[in-house]
Design a protein around this ligand. Structure first.
Ligand SMILES: C[S@@+](CC[C@H](N)C(=O)[O-])C[C@H]1O[C@@H](n2cnc3c(N)ncnc32)[C@H](O)[C@@H]1O
Length: 156
């Protein structure tokens, strides 16, 4: 992996523009790079997306990948670990040891990620929830895990 590889938040085929805007804004504010794995469920000119990200979008190091396979080719070449956030994982995010250059991958709001993507992950982590609660909003989950990763890496 490149020594200067940043911590990156990757969004798998996001379908709600406000969530994507919120996550990209968080990346700008906390110094994470971002990757969008297309197709998205909305045009990136969408006003909800622009409004949620505001002018912060101009400050994110954003990579756009036209497909899962294109993203994977890029990721494998970079040597970065893929850390999947999943409600189905067993390992709590606070018990996982994050490393510089990790890619934190969140699933799409409607359906998470397909099995092929799950299989490609180097690690799968969960934010434990109270009984019978299904999932967090994707931007909330991303923020919690990004915060823990930055804390472990001494960046906050
Ligand atoms: C709304 S959830 C997707 C729900 C979908 N029905 C599923 O089963 O994956 C969207 C994304 O947020 C992240 N997420 C939400 N809650 C989470 C949790 N408790 N632990 C880890 N990731 C979570 C995951 O990346 C998930 O794919």
């Amino acid at each position: 992996m490149r020594p200067d590889a940043p911590l990156t938040l990757a969004l798998y085929q996001p379908d709600i523009p406000q969530n994507t805007g919120t996550m990209l804004r968080m990346c700008a504010c906390l110094g994470l790079a971002a990757a969008i794995i297309e197709p998205t469920g909305f045009p990136t000119t969408d006003r909800h997306f622009r409004r949620a990200g505001m002018d912060y979008l101009d400050h994110v190091r954003l990579g756009r990948h036209p497909s899962w396979s294109a993203f994977e080719a890029w990721r494998r070449e970079s040597g970065a670990r893929l850390v999947l956030l999943s409600t189905k994982a067993r390992l709590s995010y606070t018990d996982f040891e994050f490393a510089e250059g990790d890619i934190l991958l969140v699933g799409r709001e409607s359906a998470g990620v397909p099995e092929e993507v799950r299989q490609a992950a180097d690690a799968q982590i969960v934010i434990p929830l109270k009984n019978e609660m299904r999932s967090l909003n994707v931007a909330v989950a991303a923020a919690m895990v990004a915060g823990e990763a930055l804390r472990q890496l001494g960046r906050v």
